[in-house]
Write a protein that binds this ligand. Structure first.
Ligand code: UDP
Length: 450
């Protein structure tokens, strides 16, 4: 389909080295490849994708020596280093392709850049070389109005706010409270730097957003009004097309046979994603809460995710023994498979956007423990708008109660019902004639029109 007569297309996709960004980008690449486009993946050499899983793609490593900074105060510096490091290699690669195409013997291809919004260097290189650039956004759309408003809140003296105001609703962003705003704990200058990087001044030719029309209509309307370029809602990308595993870590599949032995909807699955770090006191409260809830649990504790420790060696032996009686602790799980398992009745999550979409797709109610960025926004929407999540304070008694409310209480039953309604709407959206399915077909036509 991507060959119109003599014309051929090469899509250069620029993925960011974060799990929650790489996965949707590779799903998108797999879809576009299935439509006949040639695919190049330009990637940092930090957390590189595995070329053997995608034999049809060309991979271009961009020599980047940055390391993922999980301290949000350092997010601006991390993004700056990542972008500065990758830019020259990316430009050199594109110039090489373009020069080669001047050779009459070489096959001519129309080059289109599709980049992760954190990899903004790709847009500036595209601008330098006169190539069209499309952005893939992998966070919720509701993050956009919450970030866009921050510069004017700063001017009005409403950001950051006194602690006493944190629980108050930001009128323009109802139902978000000041405490739900991204970067509320960052110095103003840092917050503005990151916002400038994430919300580009020069609009791309189009934006693909890993969300669904019915989930975030008001945010999408604001985004369309702001950018005035086509906005394609293509989510959830992980369900659009099967793609090989893109996991940075080895998945412990033994948890699936453990789940097979548990009663339907009885297990709470706990995972805080691929980046978040907690301190040992928080993890200990989580452990006690899980142990005291008397419910079976599957808990992912990523090695290195507890500050100052390798794994869970600091938990008291008696507590670990107690926990093993009714739960399983693993280092990394095949999350999508876990959420699809009939034994799972709830997902205690940091509310990263991929985890949120994956849980929604399976209709699994959530316990929300957000850290930063869009996680706080997603958490608020899950509890107040989509009504399939409960926000949690990490304290053992509270945890114990919330787990029971989700797994065995009436509230949990209602959230599960709501989750099933959302699941059905997503199924319709990705089916033939549904909004996400149509959007993806429009993306193909749009690229062919460039
Ligand atoms: N994930 C996984 N196994 C785990 C924990 C997480 O496969 O044990 C995957 C999860 O399915 C999701 C991604 O890691 O696709 C996390 O992305 P998300 O946007 O939820 O959060 P982030 O890691 O970016 O904070």
């Amino acid at each position: 389909m991507a060959n119109h007569g003599e014309k051929r297309w090469r899509l250069v996709l620029t993925a960011s080295p974060l799990q929650g960004h790489m996965t949707p980008m590779l799903h998108l690449a797999t879809f576009l490849h299935s439509k006949g486009f040639s695919i190049t993946i330009a990637h940092s050499n930090l957390n590189p994708p595995d070329p053997s899983s995608h034999p049809g793609f060309t991979f271009v490593p961009l020599n980047d020596m940055s390391t993922v900074n999980t301290d949000f105060a350092g997010a601006g510096q991390f993004l700056k280093t990542l972008n500065d490091n990758c830019r020259p290699y990316f430009k050199e690669h594109l110039v090489d392709i373009m020069n080669a195409q001047k050779d009459a013997a070489c096959e001519k291809e129309t080059i289109v850049i599709i980049h992760d919004n954190l990899m903004s260097f790709a847009a500036s290189v595209a601008g330098d070389l006169g190539l069209p650039a499309i952005i893939l956004r992998t966070s919720s759309a509701s993050t956009f109005p919450a970030m866009k408003i921050i510069p004017s809140l700063i001017q009005e003296g409403r950001f950051p706010v006194e602690d006493s105001m944190l629980q108050e609703i930001v009128q323009e962003l109802h139902p978000l409270r000041y405490k739900d705003l991204p970067f509320i704990n960052l110095p103003i200058q840092h917050a503005l730097e990151v916002i400038n990087m994430i919300i580009p001044k020069t609009p791309p030719v189009a934006i693909l957003w890993n969300t669904l029309e019915f989930l975030e209509p008001s945010a999408l309307a604001q985004i369309r009004d702001h950018y005035k370029v086509p906005i394609f809602t293509v989510g959830p990308l992980h369900k659009i097309i099967p793609a090989p595993s893109t996991s940075f870590y080895e998945e412990d599949t033994s948890c699936i046979s453990w789940l097979d032995k548990q009663a339907p909807k009885s297990v709470i699955y706990v995972s805080l994603g691929s980046i978040a770090k907690v301190d040992d006191k928080v993890l200990t409260e989580m452990a006690w809460g899980l142990a005291n809830s008397n419910q079976p649990f599957l808990w992912v504790v990523r090695p290195g995710s507890v500050k100052g420790f390798e794994w869970i060696e600091f938990l008291p032996e008696g507590l670990v023994h107690e926990m093993k009686l009714r739960g399983l602790i693993v280092k990394w799980a095949p999350q999508k498979e876990v959420l699809a398992h009939n034994a799972v009745g709830g997902f205690w999550s940091h509310c990263g956007w991929n985890s949120t979409l994956e849980s929604m797709f399976e209709g699994v109610p959530m316990v929300c423990q957000p850290f930063e960025l869009d996680q706080k926004i997603n958490s608020r929407y899950l509890s107040c708008v989509w009504k399939m999540g409960l926000e949690i304070v990490v304290e053992r008694k509270e945890i114990e109660g919330v787990i029971r409310r989700v797994l065995v209480g009436k509230e949990g039953e209602e959230m599960r019902q709501r989750g099933m309604e959302i699941k059905e709407k997503i199924r319709v959206a990705i089916s033939h004639g549904g909004s996400s399915n149509n959007s993806l077909n429009e993306v193909v036509d749009f690229i062919l029109s460039l």
